[in-house]
Every structure is written in structure tokens, then in C-alpha cells.
Design a protein around this ligand. Structure first.
Ligand code: PEP
Ligand code: MN
Length: 300
């Protein structure tokens, strides 16, 4: 890939870890959960407490909603940000919220721990530059018609402003399939990991738009090497003002969390055993090779 000066894989292989309020994205399994939109104080606080109890590390919720129709619920704006701030104080969870307008980046950044740039704005270059200048961690979602190269070039815009705290998020791309809302491209996870040092999350909620597919796709994303997930959870999904068909109940989210954590731990245990096996084999090979060729021999 051409000219990934700042986002491309580093020579020493070191990966970026984005630290937000004690959460290390890229260093530990990170689950961002919460409603599609902030609708009221009661809805958000109750959802925040529920996702925290289930083990989520960060809280999401849109105060500015980029909607397909101008007549659909657009979010509560500043009022929504104040409710998010209250939820953070009550639960201790860092806040992830979307910014849609270049003029809003600096003040929305005062409420958000992580600024989200949505799929529809991935290539809004002035918004990317402003996000870079804000110095806030940025969650950059993949555009629904974007290639990996185009996506990473958007990360370059933010990096070029001196902001290295970027988290990528795959959220599905448009295909001919109509059963799902989008086609979740899980192959992008190992592909991205092979060309960039930036952490990558998966959003199976927008990625599928189908309730029953969210848990299996979450597990598949973790198996494919994702650093975490962003999942929509609502205290009462049928009453949601946006994306009501894809928001999990706290009960369903709790079950997903238990499975995801168990899978991640099992995979980490296999990786650790594999590393030990390789180290043992290397030590045996050194002994067999004798003092001349062995590490000990070389240091004599
Ligand atoms: C969202 O996460 O709230 C959202 C609108 O997602 P996307 O930009 O991926 O459609
Ligand atoms: Mn949504």
C-alpha cells in the first residue's frame, strides 16, 4: 500500500495502544457498549449501569445522529452530551460519542473521551483534520464503500495533524445482500493487522443489523483477531428511537460478554502455550547444535 507514512506497520512491529481512562485499546479486550442514541437521562443511565454490570469497558451513545432521513430523530445534541457526562460520573465508564460537524469538534471533545467519526463521514477530510487537531482519541469507522487503503489514508489525515490516538472500527460494507443491513467484512481484521499498527474494533450491530447475528459475529470478530467490539445495547429495545431492530437487551448483552471473554481467554492460552513450545524447541535446537553455534557459545 502506498504512502502509509504514519499508519503503516512499524519496522520493529510495535503496535499502538490507545489509553483512555485506564482502558487500553489494543492492549486488552475492549468492549464499548450502549445505545444507538441518547434519548433521555433515564434511558441512558439505566443502560450504562446495565452494560457496566455486564463488564463493558466504555459507554457509547450518539448525541448527534447522522440519519438517512432528515425527518428521523437527529439526537439530543448538547443535552445528550450532558447526560453522557452524568453517566460517566455515575459509572466511571469513559464516553464514546460521534461528532458529525467540523464546527463542533472542539466543544464535543470536551464531553467525549473518544470522538467517533462515522462511516458516512470517513472521507470528510476537513472533519478528519479537525479531529486530528483536537488531540482526542478518535474512533474512525470504515466507510461503507471504502477499501482498506482509502480507510488508512483517512487515518493518515488525523495522524498528519499530530494525533496518533486512532482506533479503527469495521462496521460492514454495502453489498448485493439484502438479508443483512451491511456485509460485515471480517477478513479486514487480519488484513489491517498486517499493514497497520493501529488497533481495530468491530461493530457487529451496524455490521449486520440483525439481532440474531450480533453474538455469532462478535465471536467471529474476536477469533479473527479484533482488539474489541462496539455494540448497541438499549435498556428497552422496542422503544428505541433509532436502530431498534439491532439493539441488544442487557440480558442478551450479558450472555454475549461471557462468551466473548471465554473465547478470548481460550485463544490467549493457546497462543501462550504455542509461544512456550516454540521457545522450548529453540532451546533444544541450541543444545543439539552444541556450544559453537548456540547462544551461550556465541557469547563466550
Ligand atoms: C453509530 O455507531 O452510531 C453509527 C451511526 O454507525 P456508522 O457510522 O457505522 O453507521
Ligand atoms: Mn445505530
Amino acid at each position: 500500500m502506498k504512502d502509509l507514512r504514519l499508519s503503516g506497520t512499524r519496522e520493529n512491529g510495535a503496535r499502538t495502544i490507545v489509553e483512555v481512562g485506564g482502558v487500553r485499546i489494543g492492549g486488552e479486550l475492549v468492549i464499548i457498549a450502549g445505545p444507538c442514541a441518547v434519548e433521555s437521562e433515564d434511558q441512558l443511565i439505566r443502560t450504562a449501569i446495565a452494560v457496566k454490570e455486564a463488564g463493558a469497558n466504555m459507554l457509547r451513545g450518539g448525541a448527534f445522529k447522522p440519519r438517512t432521513s432528515p425527518y428521523a430523530f437527529q439526537g439530543l445534541g448538547l443535552k445528550g452530551l450532558k447526560i453522557l457526562d452524568k453517566a460517566r460520573r455515575e459509572t466511571g465508564l469513559p464516553i464514546v460519542t460521534e461528532v458529525v460537524d467540523t464546527r463542533d469538534v472542539s466543544w464535543v471533545g470536551e464531553y467525549a473521551d473518544v470522538l467517533q467519526i462515522g462511516a458516512r463521514n470517513m472521507q470528510n477530510f476537513s472533519l478528519l483534520r479537525e479531529a486530528g487537531k483536537s488531540g482526542r482519541p478518535i474512533l474512525l469507522k470504515r466507510g461503507m464503500y471504502s477499501t482498506l487503503e482509502e480507510w488508512l489514508n483517512c487515518a493518515e489525515y488525523i495522524l498528519a495533524e499530530g494525533n496518533s490516538q486512532i482506533i479503527l472500527c469495521e462496521r460492514g460494507i454495502r453489498s448485493f445482500e439484502t438479508f443483512t443491513r451491511n456485509t460485515l467484512d471480517l477478513s479486514i481484521i487480519p488484513a489491517a493487522r498486517s499493514v497497520t499498527h493501529l488497533p481495530i474494533l468491530v461493530d457487529p450491530s451496524h455490521g449486520t443489523g440483525v439481532l440474531g447475528l450480533i453474538e455469532p459475529m462478535s465471536l467471529a470478530a474476536i477469533a479473527a483477531g479484533a482488539d474489541g467490539l462496539e455494540i448497541e445495547v438499549h435498556i428497552d429495545p422496542p422503544s428505541a428511537l433509532s436502530d431498534k431492530d439491532q439493539q441488544l437487551s442487557p440480558l442478551a448483552f450479558g450472555r454475549l460478554m461471557r462468551k466473548v471473554r471465554a473465547l478470548r481467554e481460550a485463544l490467549a492460552a493457546i497462543d501462550e502455550a504455542e509461544d512456550n513450545r516454540c521457545a522450548n524447541e529453540k532451546a533444544i535446537a541450541d543444545i543439539v547444535a552444541g556450544p559453537e553455534d548456540s547462544v551461550h557459545g556465541a557469547t563466550r
